[in-house]
Design a protein around this ligand. Sequence first.
Ligand code: UD1
Ligand code: PEP
Length: 427
Amino acid sequence: MDKLIVRGGRALDGSVRISGAKNAVLPIMAAALLTDQPLTVRGVPALSDVRTLGAVLSELGVEVGPVEDGTLRLESAGEIGHEAGWDFVRKMRGSVCVLGPLLARLGQARVSLPGGCVFGVRPIDVHLKGFEALGARVRIDHGYIVAEAPSSGLRGSEVFLGTAFGSSVTGTMNVMMAATLARGTTVIQGAACEPEVIDLGRCLQAMGAQIDGLGSPRLEISGVERLGGAEHTVLPDRIEAGTYLVAGAITGGRVRVTGCRPGDLSSLVDRLKQAGFAIERGDDWLEVQPKHFGFRPSPTDCTTQPFPGLPTDLQAQWMALMCRATGVSLITERIYPDRYMHLPELVRMGARIRRQEALAVVEGTERLSGAHVTASDLRASAALVLAALVADGETQVHRVYHIDRGYERIEERLVALGADIERAEDD
Ligand SMILES: CC(=O)N[C@H]1[C@@H](OP(=O)(O)OP(=O)(O)OC[C@H]2O[C@@H](n3ccc(=O)[nH]c3=O)[C@H](O)[C@@H]2O)O[C@H](CO)[C@@H](O)[C@@H]1O
Ligand SMILES: C=C(OP(=O)(O)O)C(=O)O
């Protein structure tokens, strides 16, 4: 197991190119199960989640090529199995996205309940409700989701996929994929509008799927007999881009993220401006700069929300930034009220944070100090690295395998921006 050793105090300066989005590439890879023709995916990031899903798909019988120059070829021409076991599926959330395609293509699926970041309950009732609406029988059995389509196949229907906190991203993706091969028309109300859902939809359209309403909460999917192969380039990762912008901001440096889509980051840009940072933008880049040397952010509240609101996947990073603010900020986590595993670790570094249920009260401080901290999940790890960049002395972030799930070569990229950070084997 690796750790990251960070010696804080350097202002970052430079530009970093953003990779393809983890949360889009995973369902897109799963979509290869929907056709016996090759699917070529470009802009594939070198992440452990991509390798893990590759292993899940390989076990199912998909030919998964190596990733070369960010291009991955997947082909499900041979016999495809319907079981995805605990070994790999437990490592990541995105693997749940094989359910919809397996059900649509084979009429049956037995898939382990997924893993991924652990920050409280992460239900999948919405996925199952969607499959049931398409006529499938679904049950949980010994830690597995077991789903069976009627002998005549899935049939289109209308289903509401909203949740108490918005809508389910992977739930929408799963049901959308299942519906592409169902008989008749499916209407999904309360669909997630995240850019990654749209990206998957565009890939499915390129494969021949009939989907209307992408980006809106109402999707209409007319089932087709079969889907074909396609080539698709994955959209840039807005969470990776946001993390590097906050890295620049927290160090009082100047960081430009390139190859991104500024429109996907409007909520973060709004918060950064509110906190007093200067933001410049081009068609495919964003740059953050402090107002002056030694600048500390103004306290700035945030509430996580479905797109286009501030993503829950940037909440931990925002909290790290507010630990350095000149006053008190309120953070409200509305998507996952318990997503605060980074909080006690930031406190180890001298942060002043109190929490009551979904609300965290962050009192900014001039000085954070390096410490041993433990990464509990992907974005919590990122937040600890960001805090370490500005802390006095050395921080050791343990259990960083989480960070490799979602950030490609993070320490190399930070070093290129001027950070003092290295990876080492943990004891
Ligand atoms: C692989 C992937 O794409 N992961 C992302 C995806 O996770 P994931 O798709 O698992 O998250 P969801 O969008 O499903 O969850 C959003 C909200 O809906 C609730 N809910 C969800 C499903 C369900 O069946 N019932 C239910 O009530 C959840 O408790 C949560 O409050 O979206 C999250 C919210 O943007 C992100 O943090 C994750 O990075
Ligand atoms: C929560 C995340 O991932 P996952 O859903 O795969 O656990 C994330 O990307 O921040």
